[in-house]
Write a protein that binds this ligand. Structure first.
Ligand SMILES: Cc1cc2nc3c(=O)[nH]c(=O)nc-3n(C[C@H](O)[C@H](O)[C@H](O)COP(=O)(O)O)c2cc1C
Length: 226
C-alpha cells in the first residue's frame, strides 16, 4: 500500500487523540454512543474471549459516587506535580500548568460529564501469558485497553472529548460497590466523555519512532528508507 492508499482519516484521528478534560453536560445521542461502544467491541482480546465489560454511567447518583472517589485522588496524585511546577519555567511550566488546570476542572466537574464509561474486566477470563514471570503482569491489560483505545478513537471521530483515567483504582472497592461490579472483577479505566467546551481533540506532543523504535536489538537506532 502506498501513501495515497493509506487511510488519512485514521491517522489524523490517532494523531489528535489527546486528553480532553473540559466537557459540556449536553447529552450524547444514543446512536453516537452505540457507535462508540461498537468500536470498543471490535478490539482484539486474548483468545477472542472479550473478558471486559463497560458500564455506561449516565445517571446522577452513580456519577456523583464516582466523582466523590476521583476528586480526592486527583488532589493527592497532583501534590508532587504542583511542587514540580514551581521548579519549572518556560514551555514545560506552561504545559504542566495547563494540564493541572484541565485536570482540576475534570475532577471538579466529573459528575457533570454526560457519560462516564467504566471499563472492567474478569481476570479469570484473561490470558496472562506472563503471569509466572518474576515481575508484575502486563499482558492481561492487553485484553481490555485496546477496547478502551478503540472507544476513544471513536470519540474523536464523533467529535466527543474523552480522557483515559485510572485514579479511581486507588479506591476500587468503592467503585465496585457503587456500580455493582461482581467480586473478582477488576476496573481498568474510567473514561468521561462528552462534547468539548474548548477545541476538543487536536495536536499532541509525543516522542516518535526515532526515539521509541529500535532496529533488531534493543537500543539500536532504527534506519528506515523513504
Ligand atoms: C494509563 C493512563 C492513565 C491515565 N490516568 C489519568 C487520570 O487518572 N487522570 C487524568 O486526568 N488523565 C489521565 N491520563 C491521561 C494522561 O495524563 C495524558 O494522556 C497524558 O498526560 C498526555 O496528554 P495528552 O493525551 O493530552 O497529550 C491517563 C492516561 C493513561 C494512558
Amino acid at each position: 500500500m502506498d501513501a495515497a492508499e493509506t487511510d488519512a482519516g485514521l491517522y489524523r484521528t490517532m494523531s489528535t487523540l489527546r486528553a480532553v478534560r473540559r466537557l459540556r453536560p449536553d447529552p450524547v445521542p444514543d446512536g453516537v454512543l452505540r457507535r462508540v461502544l461498537q468500536a470498543a467491541c471490535w478490539a482484539p482480546t486474548g483468545g477472542n474471549r472479550q473478558p471486559w465489560r463497560v458500564i455506561v454511567v449516565r445517571s446522577s447518583e452513580p456519577k456523583e459516587r464516582l466523582a466523590a472517589v476521583y476528586a480526592p485522588e486527583w488532589t493527592r496524585y497532583t501534590v508532587p506535580l504542583r511542587r514540580r511546577v514551581e521548579r519549572l519555567d518556560g514551555r514545560s511550566r506552561a504545559t504542566l500548568e495547563r494540564m493541572l488546570a484541565a485536570g482540576d476542572h475534570l475532577a471538579e466537574h466529573l459528575a457533570e460529564a454526560p457519560v462516564i464509561l467504566l471499563f472492567c474486566t474478569d481476570p479469570a477470563e484473561m490470558a496472562f501469558t506472563d503471569a509466572e514471570l518474576d515481575r508484575i503482569s502486563i499482558v492481561g491489560g492487553g485484553s481490555v485497553y485496546p477496547a478502551v483505545q478503540n472507544a476513544m478513537l471513536a470519540c474523536v471521530a464523533e467529535g466527543l472529548g474523552c480522557t483515559l483515567t485510572t485514579l479511581h483504582c486507588f479506591r476500587e472497592p468503592e467503585v465496585m460497590a457503587a456500580l455493582g461490579i461482581p467480586d473478582g472483577w477488576a476496573t481498568a479505566a474510567l473514561v468521561p466523555i462528552g462534547y468539548p467546551v474548548l477545541g476538543g481533540h487536536g495536536p499532541i506532543s509525543r516522542r516518535g519512532p526515532g526515539e521509541l523504535a529500535y532496529d533488531d536489538t534493543f537500543g539500536a537506532p532504527l534506519r528506515l528508507g523513504p
